[in-house]
Design a protein around this ligand. Sequence first.
Ligand SMILES: [Zn+2]
Length: 240
Amino acid sequence: MLSLKEKERYQRQLILKGFGEKAQEVLKKSRVAIFGLGGLGSPVSLYLAASGVGHLYLFDYQRVELSNLNRQILYQTKDVGEEKSEVAKKALLALNPEIEVESYSQRLEEAVEIWKEADLLIDCLDNLEGRLFLNKFAVKQRKPLISAGVEGWNGYLYTYLPQKTSCLNCIFGEKTNKEGIFPVIGVTPGILGMLEAAEAIKYLLSMEVSSAGQILFFNLESFSFNLIKVRKNSSCEVCR
Ligand SMILES: [Zn+2]
């Protein structure tokens, strides 16, 4: 049951067509793990917290740096030097004290046991190695995985649904990890993170997820958006 305060907080989405209190209660019972609390993880976690997803697991082992602040909108200048996972947890609970937030300042491979509790995994990482590690876990544990990546004005979005779609390894398995600092303007992960959050809400509410089995590529400079069907790679070592 939703409290009076919750009904007021979520009033504008409760009146969405086909939404209502039942959908809000589904969100409240949902458990979502967010990997990476940077340019993508900031909007993902803020919007999922604001919409009332009841339990968020946050994973990031890094500390806030001044050069993060052009895009990582969870943090303020005073947070430089602090652990991202802790600052993020405080910010999200300040926004919505009705939800529960667990934060972990560990490397990915050290936190695997905790991921098993989540209904949905969201990849907000900035490296291919981490993505493919998450993907392997998602396929093995049959967990849905929403993934996004950015560089410059470019971004992609893709959702893996267990036993229904190709996995990330089918798409990126043969690419090599890029090392070092890459350019990015804050609006690119901003928009992409919001798309990830939108797809997450749709998945949790059993709505059709448009990016499942189809990859969105966009470039904000030329304002081009392309949705491309992804075929299963029959030689994929992860999902075949
Ligand atoms: Zn695959």
